[in-house]
Design a protein around this ligand. Structure first.
Ligand code: C2E
Ligand code: CA
Ligand code: CA
Length: 712
């Protein structure tokens, strides 16, 4: 065995202590041959000094010495840690009494030699004592290392955050660390000798430890991992843990089980899961949560045959609140709405916010599909109430689509799509309404979907162009201006009528994107046209209701006017009656802003809308455009003729310009001239012109005011 002792190269060290020089020489001579090194000291003090600094393996100590005798040296050596176990052989010149020999042993001598010393015996003794000393030191070091290792592993086990157990082949706990005791809320001693399966939830289901998966893996010398185990604590709680069970070396006949506390992890997981299904703002379910719930409900009702209904609720007018009062106010409105919706639901109904201002509800266990209608009516009534937000009175409305199960779909997607389609129909029907889904809606929705897709592409590909239709004064044929009309050349379908795609652009809110483009394009054109026609020339631009509802409308127009160096009066905004009537207060505010900017305002398709002339007094307007339907029919229908002449009269009284739209024949022109109409627009004068042709239109149309010769 290799000797781990810290030895000099010359081997072990022998210290010979004697006050007489000749004795020292004699000893040196005797011990000359040997795998050791001999050091001498002439007094007890010198010996002790040496012993303090150097490692000595054996001391040959003379008993009789002046000042400090051998016994004294031995006593001091034994009291010092460094030399406590260094073997000492007493060497004495005279035979001692039995007592003094005993005293020598008592001070720590391991042997006693009388002078003269037999060299062979001395060498033999020295050799065997040195061997003995080496063994002692080796043992000492091994013990120290063992202790170190043990205290290291003890502290590892004690300080480990993971629970650590050893379980023997009989399933009993043979060791438990502090962490597992903490986890199980008991003491280590409660655990040791206990049955491991008693702590494992569902462990009692494993009636036999020997056939349990723990032992199965153990027998195969494999690690068994259980990611979602649960331990029962001493208090009866259940603690989620991950277990890993690895066999110890065979002779130990046990396995080590490490338990990881997963409760925090589970909590986080639960939190994440609930975040994933709830809407942070309102606390309702979100789209994902609703889909999951609906899916579960569908699976259930497949069994119990109950009817259900899905409601798709879209707020009307929310965007305007958001735009004008800011997002914070918008958020508050959404929370109020969520509360209102909740108050209409039965406890087992499900409510969700799908995003933006869209909500859904799942009405479970309905007796009749009509019950859903009652809920929808209640919702509409409640949502129409006025709220005060930031000191402003805010009123909302909603459009609701209803899809009943099983008639309108069997799947989550199917039902939601049907309810969504029905909701769009409700919106088209004029808001504040609800609609049940019907199969005809489906067809319409599908074509709308395709159209919506191509409109998006068209915007991206810039497939839209503007056409310009001239407006002329009837009196002298002078050009008043042009109305910009949007055109879409569809690559497959050819020309698509604006009356088809404009409502679609409105519904999908794409109108704002294209609206800005129309402003810029029109203004650029007007800038170039006024070089030909002068700066009295007008450009009429149509505004959809959504565009008219935009709070930043005036600002956008101001920028356009500045950029293109136009006079504001050169722009005429055409708005329909229904857009004006949607929210009277808002309209008044918007109109006065536009007036302040200086642009002109025309009411388009006049006469078709609310036919309430009362509002004309409230609004500041410039122009009325008689709807072409009246012009087309006025020669045949006295009722239509009466309407046209009334509008003309009204315009004169209120000092508004009146434009007759859709004039196609000379007869119509004559009638209009006779009744004092000042401006007209229609195929008779010109069809809408492409941008290139627009500049070629004459300043004045000479035949316009030429009345037919009176027939003789
Ligand atoms: P609108 O504003 O009443 O426009 C007049 C419509 O009548 C135009 O149809 C025009 O081509 C057509 N028209 C003009 N003269 C005659 C005529 O003598 N006889 C007949 N039968 N029709 C005539 P268009 O261009 O198809 O536009 C339809 C509607 O689409 C417009 O009605 C307007 O409401 C909307 N629209 C067109 N361009 C725009 C636009 O740039 N923005 C917005 N928001 N709406 C637009
Ligand atoms: Ca128009
Ligand atoms: Ca019109």
């Amino acid at each position: 065995m290799e000797c781990p002792l810290p030895q000099t190269e010359q081997g072990p060290v022998l210290l010979v202590v004697d006050d007489r020089q000749e004795n020292l020489f004699a000893m040196q001579a005797v011990l000359e041959v040997g795998n050791w090194r001999v050091i001498t000291a002439a007094s007890g003090e010198r010996a002790l000094q040496y012993l303090l600094d150097e490692t000595v393996d054996l001391v040959l100590l003379d008993v009789q010495m002046p000042i400090m005798d051998g016994f004294e040296v031995a006593r001091i050596m034994r009291s010092n840690l460094r030399t406590r176990f260094t073997p000492i052989i007493f060497v004495s010149a005279e035979a001692h009494s039995y007592e003094s020999v005993l005293r020598g042993y008592a001070t720590g001598a391991v042997d006693y030699l009388l002078k003269p010393v037999d060299p062979n015996i001395l060498r033999h003794k020295v050799r065997s004592l040195l061997d003995h000393e080496r063994n002692r030191r080796e043992l000492l070091q091994a013990t120290q290392q063992l202790e170190l290792a043990k205290s290291f592993s003890d502290s590892l086990l004690d300080n480990a955050a993971e629970g650590i157990l050893t379980v023997n082949e009989q399933g009993r706990v043979t060791f438990a660390n502090a962490a597992i005791a903490r986890m199980l809320r008991c003491s280590v001693s409660d655990l040791v000798h206990a049955n491991f399966l008693d702590f494992l939830e569902g462990g009692s289901g494993l009636d036999d430890w020997q056939t349990s998966p723990f032992m199965e893996h153990y027998d195969r010398r494999e690690t068994y991992r259980l990611h979602d185990a649960r331990l029962r604590t001493n208090r009866g709680d259940s603690l989620p843990v991950a277990l890993s069970c690895a066999p110890l070396p065979r002779m130990q006949r046990a396995m080590v089980i490490i338990a990881l506390d997963m409760s925090r992890m589970r909590e986080l997981q639960d939190q994440l899961e609930s975040q994933a299904v709830t809407d942070a703002l309102t606390g309702l379910l979100n789209r994902r949560g609703f889909n999951q719930t609906l899916e579960a409900a569908l699976a259930r009702s497949g069994r119990n045959g109950k009817r259900m209904a899905v409601l798709y609720i879209d707020l009307d007018g929310f965007k305007r609140i958001n735009d004008s009062l800011g997002h914070e106010a918008g958020d508050r409105v959404l929370c109020i709405v969520a509360e209102q919706l909740k108050s209409c639901m039965r406890p087992y109904d499900i409510l969700a916010r799908m995003g933006g201002d869209e909500f859904t509800a799942l009405l479970d266990s309905l007796e009749h599909p009509e019950d859903a209608a009652r809920v929808a009516e209640k919702l509409l009534e409640l949502l129409a109430t006025v709220h005060r937000i930031d000191g402003m009175e805010v009123s909302l409305g909603a459009s609701i689509g209803i899809a009943s199960y099983p008639d309108c779909g069997h799947t989550v997607d199917g039902l939601l799509r049907s309810a969504d389609i029905a909701m769009y129909e409700a919106k088209r029907g004029g808001r504040q309404q609800y609609r049940f889904f019907s199969p005809e809606m489906n067809g319409r929705a599908r074509s709308r979907l395709m159209l919506e897709e191509s409109v998006r592409n068209a915007i991206d590909n810039k497939d839209f162009v503007l056409a310009y239709q001239p407006q002329v004064y009837l009196r002298d044929g002078r050009l008043r201006g042009f109305e910009a009309l949007l055109r879409w050349e569809h690559t497959v379908a050819g020309k698509v009528s604006p009356s088809v795609f404009i409502p679609l652009l409105e519904e999908t809110r794409l109108i704002n994107r294209i609206g800005d483009w129309i402003f810029r394009e029109g203004a650029t054109k007007l800038q170039s046209l006024q070089e030909i026609y002068g700066d009295e020339l007008l450009l009429s631009i149509n505004l959809s209701p959504v565009q008219f509802g935009m709070p930043q409308l005036t600002e956008s127009l101001r920028q356009i006017i500045e950029t293109h160096q136009l006079r504001p009066e050169q722009l005429e905004i055409e708005v329909t009656e229904s857009a004006l009537m949607h929210d009277i207060d808002y309209t008044r505010a918007q109109l006065s802003q536009l007036r302040a900017l200086g642009v002109r305002i025309a009411v388009d398709d006049f006469g078709t809308g609310y036919s309430s002339l009362a509002y004309l007094r409230h609004f500041e307007l410039d122009t009325l455009k008689i709807d072409q339907l009246f012009i087309a029919n006025m020669l045949d229908s006295s009722r239509d003729a009466a309407i046209v002449s009334t509008i003309l009269e009204l315009g004169r009284n209120l000092d508004l310009e009146v434009i007759a739209e859709g004039v196609e024949t000379l007869e119509q022109r004559d009638w209009l001239l006779e009744h004092g109409c000042e401006i007209m627009q229609g195929f008779l004068v010109s069809r809408p012109l492409s941008a290139e042709l627009t500049g070629r239109f004459p300043q004045q149309v000479d035949w316009i005011s030429r009345r037919p010769e009176p027939t003789l």
